[in-house]
Design a protein around this ligand. Structure first.
Ligand code: MN
Length: 543
């Protein structure tokens, strides 16, 4: 059953005010100017970083830039690469990327003896030991990062990091954001004005890295980057995903359409495909960018299909007992290793319980390893629960998402242990929509829909898109309501409702009968005639 909960006072005569109040924000947040930009002098080590980079550029030294393995890593790496190439076209730069899903100076990153400087955007604040090793080889290290670091500043690297800088107020800037600060400082140092050209990449990195856009400075950079697209690969991504973007490029579209293609490539692509993606971000060849954008889209489709079919296979044989408060399952042949975490997440969402998926460990008989995903209402820290059980070899990563290893003989003990630990926790399987308005058929009018649709581009990343429930809507639909590629379209009080990506199953359920529906929808702009419409998020036959 579809569950929903009204968050505020349901004042549909004042839709915008109600939505803003429900989110604890002011309308000014959507109209910012340069006054919200923080002084880059608040960052520790900014000038040391600039002088270090310029010293190596002037000496024409070989410089490695390590591209961290997510969208923030790729964009921040491209920003600094492109900026350097503009001021020093002959600069001797290499981009290095990881083989697996590692970060910073992990073992798969090989720094050659010719290298004199390593730049690490979006990573490596914690790699003190590796910095020391590079320092011993006569190699300088420049870290431009935003990750938390409990062990303070590295003695063997120049580290620019908003979390470590006590004077910096904005902790919601990601790697690409801190790199932007560095480029602004470089601009001023060199009497240049080149950094703003990369606002598009800065925006993409911040949105993809899920920075909270209640932060005014981060939001300002995001707005700048949504409207001025310069990067050829980003242009190619927008062209290639034209249909899903529906003529729009905003915070939600980056999160749901663009970023997943890039993350999918980093997660599921082979080394050559990944390298191609990082190269495309710095390419001036639009044909190559287009080809790469299509490749990324295909890899994401391949990944979605693989995950879907693995899910189906697992669900076919899966047996859960009523009292099970965790799911521990072998996924040997069924599942590509790089998709283990994605599938664990899906299973944990579906059944509402912590999920651990494992397979045999190569060269280590009797041991298995894999991915775990926790779920907040059962446990806030599954990793800690695993470690406390003293049954696992290791548990690493985040509190509710990471990897583990265990001896085969201890698997059933672990299951008993977790079932006992969570035995009083309630399992919640259906997600509850938080809605701003509950409307009956007679309340639906174009004022409300147009008002909310006009704010479509502002939502996402910490400011959720307003949702409306339409209760007990009587409809009779038939195949005349099928429009375009998989859409169902109908009108209530002259307001267009559109259900995108409607399956055949759904159409069979809805067509050729009189039905009463509860519908959850959001207000967006219909790009054909520039008016507000309702996009259906979910619906079910009313009881
Ligand atoms: Mn990041």
């Amino acid at each position: 059953m579809m569950k929903y909960n009204l968050i505020g006072r349901n004042d549909f005569f004042m839709p915008i005010e109600t939505v803003l109040d429900n989110r604890g924000i002011n309308i000014d947040l959507f109209d910012l100017d340069t006054s919200v930009i923080e002084d880059y002098n608040h960052y520790d080590n900014m000038y040391n970083g600039i002088e270090l980079l310029l010293k190596h550029l002037k000496n024409n030294n070989e410089i490695d830039i390590v591209g961290d393995c997510d969208v923030d890593g790729a964009t921040s790496c491209a920003m600094i690469y492109l900026y350097i190439k503009e001021i020093y076209p002959k600069a001797n730069l290499n981009i290095l990327i990881h083989e697996g899903k590692y970060h910073g100076l992990s073992k798969d990153i090989h720094i050659s003896n010719r290298t004199k400087l390593v730049i690490l955007p979006d990573s490596s604040s914690n790699d003190h030991k590796e910095h020391e090793e590079l320092c011993a080889r006569g190699i300088d290290v420049l870290v431009i990062d935003h990750h938390n670091c409990d062990i303070g500043y590295s003695k063997y690297a120049t580290v620019i990091n908003n979390q470590l800088s006590n004077n910096v107020k904005n902790k919601e800037l990601c790697g690409a954001g801190v790199v932007m600060k560095f480029l602004k400082a470089l601009d001023d140092y060199l009497f240049e004005d080149k950094s703003s050209y990369y606002n598009d990449l800065c925006c993409l990195g911040n949105v993809a890295d899920m920075m909270n856009l209640k932060s005014e400075e981060t939001r300002y950079y995001v707005y700048q980057g949504l409207t001025n697209i310069n990067n050829l690969f980003l242009k190619a991504l927008i062209e290639t995903n034209e249909f899903d973007l529906d003529g729009k490029y905003n915070i939600e579209k980056i999160g749901w359409v663009v970023a997943p293609k890039l993350n999918g490539t980093i997660r599921s692509g082979n080394q050559e495909e990944k390298m191609k993606m990082y190269e495309a971000f710095t390419s001036d060849n639009y044909e190559f960018c287009l080809e790469t954008a299509k490749m990324c889209k295909n890899i994401k489709t391949r990944q979605d299909n693989a995950v879907k079919s693995a899910m189906n296979n697992i669900l076919k044989t899966l047996k859960l007992n009523d009292n099970d408060k965790c799911l521990i399952l072998e996924v040997g042949q069924n599942l590509n290793q790089s998709h283990t975490g994605l599938v664990a997440q899906k299973l944990s969402d579906k059944f509402g319980i912590p999920t651990l998926l494992y397979r045999n460990v190569e060269d280590k008989e009797d041991y298995v390893a894999g991915s775990f995903r926790g779920i907040n209402n059962i446990t806030k820290d599954l990793r800690n629960d695993l470690l406390k059980s003293e049954l696992v070899e290791y548990g690493e990563g985040h509190p509710n998402a990471g990897g583990f290893e265990i001896h085969k003989d201890k698997l059933s003990k672990l299951k008993d242990y977790l079932n006992e630990l969570y035995k009083d926790k309630e399992v919640i399987t259906s997600k509850e929509y938080q809605v701003d308005f509950i409307l009956q058929e007679q309340d639906i009018d174009d004022y409300l829909v147009n008002q909310l649709a006009s704010l479509e581009n502002e939502f996402g990343n910490g400011i959720s898109m307003p949702l409306i429930v339409f209760e007990n809507i009587e409809l009779s639909l038939d195949k005349g309501n099928s429009k375009g590629r998989n859409n169902i379209v109908f009108y209530i009080n002259d307001i267009k409702f559109i259900k995108k990506y409607a399956s055949k199953v759904l159409k069979d359920k809805l067509y050729n009968k009189n039905i009463k529906l509860n519908i959850i929808g959001k207000c967006t702009i219909d790009t054909y005639n520039n008016t507000g419409q309702i996009e259906v998020v979910d619906m079910e036959v009313a009881q």
